[in-house]
Structure formats: structure tokens, C-alpha cells
Design a protein around this ligand. Sequence first.
Ligand code: AFP
Length: 334
Amino acid sequence: MADAPVTLSAHVVSQQALLPPEHAPGVATIVGRIGRVAAVIAQEMAHAALRDRLGYVGGVNASGDEVKKLDVWSHDTLLAGLRATGACAAFVSEESPEPIEIPEAGGRRGLVVCCDPVDGSSNLDVNGAVGTIFALRPSGGSTPAAPAALGPGTDQIAAGYVMYGPATAFVYTVGHGTHGFSLNPETGEFLLTHPDIRTPRRGKTYGINEGNFNSWHPGQRAFVEHLRTPDKATRRPYSLRYSGAMVADVHRTLLDGGLFMYPADCSDPARPKPKLRLLYEVAPMAFLVEQAGGRASTGTGRVLELVAKEYHQRAAVILGSADDVATAEEFYRR
Ligand code: AFP
């Protein structure tokens, strides 16, 4: 008889022994809860056009993006779920200018959850893939708890994302490999379908918003020119794949290899302007990619060593196949 499939909740419990004992129960509870909330969000997204859930609410979020109805609803639903865990001491969300403190879950074991409730929300109205990204950091018992999230990405205890695509995928790490699950819509359970994901050392695709070509660092422009230049020996040109949702582009890159890049706007070389948010986009994805054997760089340094000084800080990122990212870094050094 075939083995029973491993559920997300069982898998998270099995990872507890690998975590610092004071955080193991909280991580298991929060990751399991995000999985349950994600199944509800997936349902809501599937019915969004039928329930008048598409479109904007009016106004912009902490990053200056126009806010969609599903952004707000997903933020509220995740927050309610996290409050109920008793383990989340603060919630840093793209949809809230200030972190939300949850004092009931304070103490040394409390965790700060950094989250982009709906990443790639511009895809919502065209039925494209979107996601939820999260990272868990220790609060260290500080009050308020959220400032404990300001530190290097190496402080993250767990990170993951949900991708709402043709199937809903849940991918997470607690620092011992990156593991992928698929939602069974009949039962609402995530089942292990991609244990211990290993990203190939080189890939065949690159994902980047090429419309911004003229504003990139010269090293970034030269690297993309290199990827586009035919060379049989190194299997170039690479193919361009870009969805406008980081989750979908990182998911493909994790599984198939290659690159996902969002470099800074260097129109003013003295003031490079990155776009993606460090705490709830770039750092969690860097953690997942490194745990799958890949690499995540700013072009000039390791993403996980970037120290967040602000909740909605932005950072440049080049992530994916280890050797491809190393080549990108060489171009930045030239
Ligand atoms: P939203 O979550 O505001 O839609 O932004 C999506 C995103 O942060 C990331 O998921 C994409 O990779 C990137 O921005 C797309 O940005 P461009 O539209 O500038 O290519």
C-alpha cells in the first residue's frame, strides 16, 4: 500500500526538533496556521470575480502601491489567524504603515511575522498568479516586539510563500532545506509534493522587468546582454520569463533554476532606488533559495547579510541558480 501523503501540519511538527526549543512550538503553530489561512485565501481568490472582490479600495499602502480589495481582505484574514495562534507578538505587513503589536503573545517565545499578504496584486484583475510571502523572526521578548525584526536576514527562523496559480503551492523553510506542498482543494490540506527542493546550479531562463533596462547599473545591463548573446557552450541565450509576481517567478526559478532579478533604479547613480521590500519579499525569498542550494545577492553582497533599518525598506535582488548568480556578481565587479 502506498504511504499516506505527508500533510503540512505533520511536516512542520517533524521539523520542530531542528529548531531552538524556545521557538519550535511557536514556529509550528504559526506556519501551520498560515497554511490554513492560505487555503481560505485560495478559495476567496477563486471566487473573487463572482463575489465582487476584484478592483481597488482607493488609497495607497506603505509602499505607495494602490490597494486592492483582496490586499485588505487577505491582510485582515492573516492577522486574525495569527492573533489566534498566541505565538505571534507582532505583524509587519505591507498593508500597514506601522507594525501591529499583539501584546498577548509577548515574552521570550513570541515571534514577529513579516508578510506581504498578496504579492503581485496587479495580476489579480487579469487572473494571473499571485502569492503570499512570510518570514518569522524572534522577538527576543522585547516590548514592543516589532523592532526585533530590524536586523540581518540571517535572524529569520522560518520563511515561506504561497503561490495561488493553477494549483496552490506552499513552500517553506526552517533552515533545514526548502520543502514544497500542493493544496488538495477537496480537503483544504497541503500535501508534500516537493520534498527538499534543489535548485540546479545553472538554469536556462531569467526573469526581470526589461522595460527598466536603461535605468540599471552598467554591470546589470552588461549581464543581461551576456544572457541574451548566443553561445552554444554555455547554453545561451537564456529565455526570458517574467510574470510580474515575485512569488511565481521565484517558484519557477527554485524548481527549474535560472535567475529572478529586480535591480535598483540607478538613474541617479548616487542614489540607487530598489523596488522590492526587504523584510517581507527579498529576505524570505533569499532564505528559501539558499536553503535549496541557490544564491541570493544584491549584485555586490549576500542578501541575508543586509540589515533592515526600516520596516518597509527596499533592496535589490538577484537570486536563483548559484553559478548564474555568481556570474552576475562578476559583471557587477567589472
Ligand atoms: P505588488 O505586490 O505591489 O503587485 O508588486 C509586485 C512586486 O512587488 C513583485 O511581486 C514583482 O516581482 C514586482 O513587484 C513587479 O514589479 P514591476 O511591475 O515593476 O515589474
